[in-house]
Design a protein around this ligand. Structure first.
Ligand SMILES: Nc1nc2c(ncn2[C@@H]2O[C@H](COP(=O)(O)OP(=O)(O)O)[C@@H](O)[C@H]2O)c(=O)[nH]1
Ligand SMILES: [Mg+2]
Length: 288
């Protein structure tokens, strides 16, 4: 094809490659969800429909993008983790982020009416922003995931107590804020229990722990696999025969993508699911 005199503009396209051999986390966040949640009267502090919708959209994203090994969501945010050996889009940040954001948003809108059966969407429509961050080690990645889950816990304990004071205690937001100022976790647990007979431990797991999405294979005995160590020493994706990668692909496609509300801070979660860090599909569980 002949070059046109306009073609020089291509030089303005600058590389935006993510560092190779690192775990890439794309975190998306609902734009203006403070307003959006009040428009659709989300329940306070947690709206189960809204969380289920976020989880369904995240599941759809993972189904379409097999390079995502795990995702974690809380409130109006979701983090999607690409395995460190993933070469999708030659690891261009803008392509990765825009793909996640648009796929997630499309499914969020598409699935809206399944979860909000009697409040149809109207403009301004929901939208999400996104960013990509590279984490060089398994420890950094796990600390990132732990950071999000600790955040979920701190916010949920605060919000649960704050809204109990208002909805059950009959005080206003200013007073509730004042009575929580400077309190520690133990104080909030105590307020919930002594004033409202609420045992925070009995709150739904989805509210306390957030949601983790992953492909489900048969769990292994903890201590039998040292995947973190192996994967840390891997500088390049292990070269695989075509037939092996076809097999992996099929097995990955067969695996159910599950949404659970588990502790992802402790080792156990990762030890029992070596495929999350190894990116090698595990055994498909037998039908019960
Ligand atoms: N009522 C209610 N609000 C929620 C729920 N999940 C998220 N939100 C709202 O979404 C906001 C998310 O925080 P952030 O992203 O910082 O605010 P944004 O910039 O307005 O999107 C929260 O402050 C809540 O107002 C929910 O389950 N119930
Ligand atoms: Mg937001």
């Amino acid at each position: 094809m002949a070059n046109s005199k306009f073609e020089y503009v291509k030089q303005f396209e600058q590389p935006d490659q993510l560092l190779p051999n690192t775990w890439v986390v794309v975190r998306i966040d609902g734009r203006g969800f403070t307003k959006f949640s009040s428009k659709y009267q989300f329940e306070k502090p947690n709206d189960k429909r809204a969380l289920d919708l976020m989880n369904a959209a995240a599941r759809a994203v993972m189904t379409e993008l097999p390079d995502i090994t795990i995702a974690y969501g809380v409130s109006d945010e979701y983090s999607f983790v690409f395995h460190k050996t993933c070469t999708l889009f030659e690891r261009r940040a803008s392509k990765l982020v825009s793909t996640i954001v648009s796929t997630f948003t499309a499914y969020y809108v598409h699935l809206w009416s399944t979860y909000f059966t009697d409040s149809p969407l109207s403009p301004p429509l929901p939208s999400f922003d996104g960013r990509a961050v590279c984490y060089p080690s398994v420890q950094n990645l796990r600390d990132y995931m732990s950071w999000r889950q600790v955040d979920c816990h701190i916010n949920n304990l605060y919000n649960t107590t704050f809204w109990a004071l208002i909805q059950l205690g009959g005080i206003d937001a200013t007073e509730a804020e004042k009575s929580l100022k400077g309190t520690f976790s133990a104080d909030k647990n105590e307020i919930l229990f002594s004033k409202f007979s609420i045992n925070y431990n009995n709150e739904p797991e989805i509210f306390k722990k957030g949601s983790v999405v992953f492909r489900d294979y048969e769990p292994v005995e903890p201590g039998t696999h040292n995947v973190a160590h192996e994967v840390e020493n891997l500088a390049e994706p292990a070269t695989q025969s075509k037939s092996q990668s076809e097999k992996d692909k099929k097995r990955r496609a067969k695996a159910a993508i599950v949404v659970e509300h588990l502790d992802i801070i402790k080792d156990e979660f990762w030890d029992r699911r070596p495929w999350l860090l190894s990116n090698k599909p595990g055994k498909i569980p037998k039908e019960p």
